[in-house]
Design a protein around this ligand. Structure first.
Ligand code: PMP
Length: 389
C-alpha cells in the first residue's frame, strides 16, 4: 500500500512506545508524563454527570457548536481576567480536544510546507511530532535556566520564523520557567518580528515554590499572540479538554479547521466539566495537587542527591511534573535506557526532545509515583548510572 509523503517525515511518539515496555508491574517508571490519579475527582464527576443528564437531558447528548460550550468558554475567560487581568472574551476561546489538537489546528491554519518553526531546545516532543506532519523546517533557541537565550532568540527571529512555539512555565521536558525579564524581553523581540507566538501553558498552575508568572501574552497584546491551555493537568487528562485563545481573524480559520477535523469536541464532557467547575473550588483542588507534587519533587531531589553520581546534573524545578537530567557530553541516554530497563527502572531519553539528535539528557516524571517508589526507583537508577559512567 502507498502512504502519504507526509507520514515519511513523522516519527511515532517515542514515549508512547516506551510506555509499552514500562507497563510491566515490576518496572518503576518515571517515563510517562502522567498526572497523579490520586486527585482525579471521581466523585465530583459522578455527581456532575448525573446533574447534567438530569438537567439537560437529551440535549447533553446532541451535536453542538464547533466553538465549544458557552459556560466553559466563559469560565476560561473569567479565569484569565481574575488571575492576570487579561481581557480575553469568551468569543476568543475555542474549546479543543486536548491542547494537542490545538497544536494541530494552529499548524493547519498557519503553516505551509517549508515554513520555519522556531522551538525551544530542548522542546516538547508532541509539538515536534505535530509540526513534522506539515513539512516544516525547525530552528531552535537554547533554553537557559531563566528561559530562551535572548541573543539567540533575536538572531533566529531576524532569520525569519513563521511561528515561535514555547512552553514558558514548567516546560516539558525541562521544567524551566522563564523569569519575568525574559518574558518581557521576548515579547519585545516578538513585537519587532513577524512571527506568531504560540504559548502553550498546561503546567503553569502547578507551582509549589516561588511566585506565579504572567503569560508572555500579558506583555505582547497583538493578534500574533496565541495562548493554549488544558484541563489535563489541573483536572484530568482523560477528559481531552483544552483550548486556544486567539483573536477573531485566526479564530475564524481555526473554527473552519476544527469543523473539518472533528465537528466539535465532545459536548457531553464539556457540559460535565462545566458543571464540575461550577460546583467546585478549582483553586482549592489545584492546591491539593501542588502540595502532593511538591512533596514528590522534594523526595526525588533528595534521593538524587543521595544516589546519583556527581557527573549527572539534575534540575530543581519550582513546579510542573518533571526533572531534567544531563549526562556528560558523549554519553547516550538511549543506550543507558536499555540498561536501566533491565534493572526495572525507566525514564525518557532526551533525544526526541531535540531536532538535532542530542542524546545526553533524560526526563524523570515525579507526579505519578509515590515517595516510596521514587526512593526505590532513584536508588536503582543511581546504581545503573554509577555502573555506566
Ligand atoms: N503541551 C505540552 C507542553 C504537554 O506537555 C502536553 C501533554 N503532555 C500537551 C501539550 C498535550 O496535552 P493535552 O492534549 O492533554 O491537553
Amino acid at each position: 500500500m502507498q502512504f502519504s509523503r507526509r507520514m515519511a517525515n513523522v516519527r511515532r511518539s517515542y514515549i508512547r512506545e516506551i510506555l509499552k515496555v514500562t507497563q510491566r508491574p515490576e518496572v518503576i517508571s518515571f517515563a510517562g508524563g502522567l498526572p497523579s490519579p490520586d486527585h482525579f475527582p471521581v466523585r465530583g464527576f459522578a455527581e456532575a454527570t448525573q446533574a447534567v443528564l438530569d438537567e439537560a437531558g437529551p440535549q447533553a447528548l446532541q451535536y453542538s457548536t464547533t466553538e465549544g460550550f458557552p459556560p466553559l468558554r466563559e469560565f476560561i475567560s473569567r479565569r484569565y481576567r481574575e488571575k492576570w487581568g487579561l481581557d480575553i472574551p469568551p468569543e476568543e476561546i475555542l474549546i479543543t480536544s486536548g491542547s494537542q489538537q490545538g497544536l494541530d489546528l494552529i499548524a493547519k491554519t498557519l503553516l505551509d510546507e517549508g515554513d520555519t518553526v522556531l522551538i525551544e531546545r530542548p522542546g516538547y516532543l508532541g509539538a515536534i511530532q505535530c509540526f513534522s506532519m506539515f513539512g516544516v523546517e525547525f530552528s531552535t533557541v537554547d533554553l537557559t535556566p531563566s528561559g530562551p537565550d535572548l541573543e539567540q532568540l533575536a538572531l533566529r527571529l531576524e532569520e525569519g520564523a513563521r511561528l515561535f512555539y514555547v512552553v514558558p512555565t514548567f516546560q516539558n521536558p525541562s521544567s524551566t520557567a522563564w523569569d519575568l525579564t525574559t518574558r518581557q524581553e521576548a515579547a519585545r523581540l516578538l513585537a519587532a518580528s513577524n512571527a506568531v507566538l504560540l504559548e502553550d501553558n498546561p503546567y503553569g498552575e502547578l507551582r509549589f515554590l516561588g511566585h506565579d508568572m504572567p503569560p508572555v501574552r500579558a506583555f505582547f497584546d497583538d493578534e500574533r499572540a496565541v495562548l493554549m491551555g488544558s484541563f489535563s493537568k489541573i483536572v484530568a487528562p482523560g477528559l481531552r479538554l483544552g483550548w486556544i485563545a486567539a483573536k477573531p481573524a485566526l479564530m475564524h480559520h481555526l473554527v473552519t479547521a476544527k469543523q473539518a477535523s472533528d465537528l466539535h469536541t465532545s459536548t457531553f464532557t464539556q457540559r460535565v466539566l462545566a458543571r464540575f467547575l461550577a460546583d467546585t473550588d478549582l483553586d482549592e483542588h489545584i492546591a491539593l495537587i501542588r502540595k502532593e507534587y511538591g512533596e514528590r519533587r522534594d523526595c526525588m531531589v533528595e534521593a538524587i542527591e543521595k544516589h546519583f553520581p556527581v557527573e549527572v546534573t539534575a534540575s530543581r524545578p519550582e513546579g510542573g511534573m518533571f526533572l531534567w537530567c544531563e549526562l556528560p557530553e558523549g554519553v547516550s541516554a538511549s543506550a543507558l535506557f536499555e540498561k536501566t530497563i533491565a534493572c526495572n527502572v525507566a525514564f525518557v531519553p532526551g533525544r526526541p526532545f531535540y531536532v538535532d539528535g542530542t542524546d545526553n539528557a533524560f526526563r524523570l516524571n515525579f507526579s505519578n509515583s509515590t515517595p516510596e517508589r521514587i526512593n526505590e526507583g532513584i536508588k536503582r537508577l543511581g546504581a545503573c548510572l554509577r555502573e555506566a559512567l
